[in-house]
Write a protein that binds this ligand. Structure first.
Ligand SMILES: *[C@@H]1O[C@H](CO)[C@@H](O)[C@H](O)[C@H]1NC(C)=O
Ligand SMILES: *[C@@H]1O[C@H](CO)[C@@H](O)[C@H](O)[C@H]1NC(C)=O
Ligand SMILES: *[C@@H]1O[C@H](CO)[C@@H](O)[C@H](O)[C@H]1NC(C)=O
Length: 273
C-alpha cells in the first residue's frame, strides 16, 4: 500500500511532468509516447514505409515547428500529424501498416525550434489531435447514389475512365450531379478535387478502405471537409441506384401504347426525385 507521502510525491511528480510539457510544447530530446499538451498527444516515433506512414497531405518548411505541422493537419481535418527529417510535415487518418510506433531514432531537431524533435531520417514523430470529433467520412448515400467503396487505381488504367471535372471546391454532390447529368451510372472522387464518371467500373479493383492497404482514401473534399473525396491514387466510387432510365412522360406514353411496359412504383418514384 502507498503511504500518504509517496502518493503525494507521485502526484507532485505527475503534475510537474504535465506542467513542464505544457510549457515547453513537446520540447525535449527524450519525449515519451503518450505525453499530452493541450489537445495533442504524442503517439511515438514510427518508421517510414513505401507509400508513406501518414498517407495524406504534406508540406515542407526549413523552419518547421511541431505546432506548425499540427495546425496544418488540424486545419485540414486530420487527427494525425507527423514531423520528419527536421522539416517535413505529413497528415493522415491512419498509421499505415507495416509502420509501427516505437520510441526510437527520432533524433533530428526541428528546423524552426531545435529544442523539439522532428522525426529523423525515415522516422516520423506522430501526434494525435484528440479533440477532432467529427472525422471526415465518405457519405453512404448521396441522393440516389450509393457508396460502393474506396479502391486503388489500377496500374495502367483508371477505375472510371472519364475525368469530367476537377475543382478545388469538389463535393460528393458536385461529382454525382456531374456524372448524373452526363447519364453515367458511376461517379468517383479522387485526390480531394477530381471527379470521374464511367458506364462501368473496372473489374478486380483492389479495395483501399482497409487500413492495411498502402494507399488510402483520406483526402477531405475541397468543398466540404466533412466528406472524404478519395485520396492519392485512390477513388471513392458511387453508383446511381435510380433504376428507371425512362422519364415520367415516356412512362405515361408507354402506358397509352399497345405494349404496356410495367413500371414498378419504386422506379417511378426514384425517377421523380
Ligand atoms: C516557412 O515558414 C516561415 C515561418 O512560418 C514562413 O515565413 C515562410 O514563408 C515559410 N516558407 C515557405 C517556403 O513556405
Ligand atoms: C486519436 O484520438 C482519438 C480521440 O481520443 C482516438 O479515438 C483515436 O483512436 C486516436 N488515434 C490514435 C491513432 O491513437
Ligand atoms: C471555391 O469556393 C471559394 C469560397 O466559396 C471561392 O472563393 C472560390 O472562388 C471557389 N473556387 C472555385 C474554383 O470555384
Amino acid at each position: 500500500m502507498l503511504s500518504i507521502t509517496s502518493t503525494f510525491a507521485l502526484l507532485t511528480s505527475l503534475g510537474a511532468v504535465t506542467l513542464a510539457s505544457a510549457q515547453t510544447n513537446f520540447e525535449g530530446a527524450n519525449l515519451q509516447p503518450n505525453t499530452k499538451v493541450g489537445d495533442y498527444q504524442y503517439l511515438g516515433c514510427a518508421n517510414e514505409v513505401p507509400g508513406r506512414t501518414l498517407t495524406a497531405i504534406s508540406f515542407s518548411n526549413d523552419s518547421m515547428k511541431i505546432e506548425d505541422c499540427q495546425a496544418y493537419c488540424t486545419k485540414n481535418n486530420y487527427r494525425l500529424s507527423g514531423v520528419e527529417y527536421g522539416q517535413e510535415c505529413y497528415c493522415g487518418r491512419f498509421i499505415a501498416i507495416p509502420a509501427a510506433l516505437g520510441a526510437y531514432q527520432c533524433n533530428m531537431g526541428c528546423g524552426g525550434n531545435k529544442k523539439q524533435i522532428c522525426g529523423g531520417s525515415n522516422r516520423v514523430s506522430i501526434f494525435n489531435n484528440t479533440n477532432i470529433n467529427a472525422v471526415a467520412a465518405a457519405p453512404k448515400l448521396t441522393g440516389t447514389w450509393q457508396y460502393q467503396s474506396c479502391f486503388m487505381e489500377p496500374q495502367n488504367s483508371r477505375a472510371l475512365d472519364i475525368l469530367i471535372k476537377a475543382d478545388d471546391n469538389m463535393t460528393i454532390e458536385m461529382c454525382t450531379q456531374a456524372c448524373g447529368d452526363a447519364k453515367y451510372p458511376y461517379a468517383g472522387v479522387e485526390y480531394g478535387r477530381e471527379c470521374y464518371c464511367g458506364a462501368t467500373q473496372s473489374p478486380n479493383l483492389q479495395d483501399a478502405s482497409d487500413p492495411t492497404c498502402s494507399m488510402q482514401c483520406d483526402f477531405p473534399c475541397g468543398g466540404n471537409a466533412q466528406q472524404i473525396c478519395g485520396g492519392r491514387l485512390t477513388i471513392g466510387i458511387y453508383k446511381n441506384t435510380a433504376k428507371s432510365k425512362m422519364s415520367r412522360a415516356a412512362v405515361m406514353g408507354a402506358r397509352k401504347g399497345r405494349f404496356v411496359k410495367v413500371v414498378k412504383e419504386s422506379e417511378v418514384a426514384a425517377e421523380g426525385q
